[in-house]
Design a protein around this ligand. Structure first.
Ligand code: ADP
Length: 468
């Protein structure tokens, strides 16, 4: 069986978040199950020819290799992708994002024919590639080359739908010229994800809990009815981690690599190194709460800000690592900076690894979380997540107020600053009881967040699709 992945981000070539991790790791996991995989992404300016060993295989098509056998193709459209940034720059999203990802989606389908790659399944990810299932059933439907090709669309975050003004309808390159085609119509605007959901042969999302949540109005972001309509073709499969990238024992970024047999000493050394790096007072006994993620409302920065306002009452240190984005949260955080708070506003892979390893707890008060990889990475590094009970956080964290034997973190149930601070107090109490804390650390490190099981589920899904 052959599967082609299409995405706007793939680790290690282009990454802003978990989408890249998944699209870089799942093909490798599928390969181990005997599935032939290839990947397509845009040729961004940041994809370095030398660093990644790119070769031009056709005009405007470049290729590299991931792992032993996976071909990664880069679609070159200089006018759209040869610029700084993936989706936008400091001043916001690029105004031509519809045109950019339309040209990529169309380019992928053309490239398949040009390269004579005839997969069984084309696996699309998020709104950037949601036009592919549409084109297969509209623009390319009479071409026998594509006739047996099935499409899957995975929703990594329903909050991002690819919504554009109706004046852009002609850039969809469908035969409707100036009108919005009905499947794209979303309150008189163009919605790419909506059309993708309606056209894909199968729709998946990144955790079973999120698959349930997005079918009700509160979390459906206006697409709940469409998702209910496709209920029989909608499944939630929990993401995994690439255990070669995220392994505290072999981690080339860590000052002191460690595993579960020397986790106490290993984490202590990494904590001191992290305190040094972020100019915090050196103290191995103070509980250190880390955060790695986008500085947005979704990730719970408002709750973190409220907690930091009261930090004098808490005997803790806090480390926040997140790209500044529009700068608003960064500004607020800077105003609250103190000896107890270390801040880094850059996308920095090395530092992210150091925060996961050097923290005792990871704060993840996301208001919603489709899957979340940060909590899984943290647990792999023996760092206990303190998280809001939502989406994939429910599917991956066993809370110690429910199961003191198997617990690997703490979930709080009310989305308020008070509940979050209360959860932080509980975490501090657990940290003071080192034998209990170390038991939870061990549980976290022994939890299985590899792709093993989830890749099997995707394989089954592909097989079912081919029987249709
Ligand atoms: P998202 O909603 O952003 O996809 P996830 O938890 O699924 O959130 O994945 C986030 C990924 O991005 C993780 O691999 C995390 O370590 C990484 N990440 C987020 N912010 C940064 C940053 N500022 N520097 C380095 N890595 C980051």
């Amino acid at each position: 069986m052959k599967v082609v992945f299409c995405a706007s981000e793939v680790y290690p070539y282009a990454k802003t978040g978990g989408l890249a991790d998944v699209c870089g790791a799942l093909p490798l996991a599928l390969e181990k199950l005997g599935i032939e995989a290839a990947i397509f992404l845009p040729r961004y300016q940041g994809v370095d020819i030398k660093k990644f060993g790119l070769k031009e295989v056709e005009q405007h098509l470049w290729k590299a290799n991931l792992g032993k056998q996976i071909d990664v193709y880069f679609v070159e459209r200089k006018e759209f992708f040869d610029r700084k940034g993936i989706y936008g720059d400091g001043s916001g999203d690029f105004p031509d994002n519809l045109e950019r990802f339309q040209s990529f989606s169309w380019g992928v389908l053309e490239a398949l024919k040009q390269l004579k790659i005839q997969p069984d399944v084309i696996h699309c990810h998020d709104w950037h590639t949601a036009l592919i299932p549409v084109y297969l059933k509209e623009s390319f439907k009479n071409d026998p080359f594509y006739r047996s090709l099935k499409s899957i669309l995975t929703i990594h975050n329903l909050a991002f739908q690819g919504i554009f003004p109706k004046q852009k309808a002609r850039h969809l390159h469908l035969d409707h010229d100036l009108k919005i085609p009905a499947p794209f119509d979303f309150h008189s605007q163009i919605n790419l994800l909506k059309a993708g959901i309606l056209y894909a042969d199968e729709v998946t999302t990144v955790s079973p809990q999120y698959a349930k949540e997005i079918q009700v109005s509160e979390d459906g972001c206006g697409l709940e009815h469409i998702l209910q309509q496709r209920h029989d073709q909608l499944v939630g499969i929990l993401n995994g981690l690439d255990y070669d990238v995220w392994d505290p024992k072999k981690d080339r970024f860590l000052p002191t690599p460690y595993d579960k047999d020397n986790v106490r000493e290993g984490k202590r050394d990494n904590k001191i190194a992290l305190q040094k790096a972020l100019k915090l007072p050196l103290d191995q006994d103070i509980p250190l709460f880390g955060f790695v993620g986008r500085l947005t409302h979704q990730k719970g920065i408002d709750l973190i800000l409220k907690m930091i306002e009261q930090i004098e009452e808490l005997n803790i240190q806090v480390v926040i690592q997140g790209e500044a984005g529009d700068g608003l949260y960064a500004k607020k955080l800077r105003q609250l900076a103190s000896k107890k708070v270390g801040l880094s506003f850059e996308f920095n892979e090395r530092l992210a690894h150091e925060v996961y390893a050097g923290s005792d707890f990871l704060m993840m008060p996301s208001s919603f979380e489709p899957c979340g990889l940060s909590q899984m990475i943290a647990m792999r590094y023996g760092t206990l997540p303190v998280a809001y009970a939502t989406g994939g956080l429910i599917d991956s964290i066993r809370s110690w107020d429910h199961d003191a034997q198997q617990a690997n973190g703490l979930l709080f149930k009310h989305y308020t600053p008070e509940s979050f601070v209360k959860a932080m107090h509980e975490a501090i109490k657990v940290f003071a009881n080192q034998s209990l804390y170390q038991r939870f650390v061990r549980n976290a490190m022994e939890s299985d967040f590899s792709w093993r099981q989830s890749a099997q589920e995707y394989k089954k899904l592909y097989q079912c699709l081919l029987l249709d």
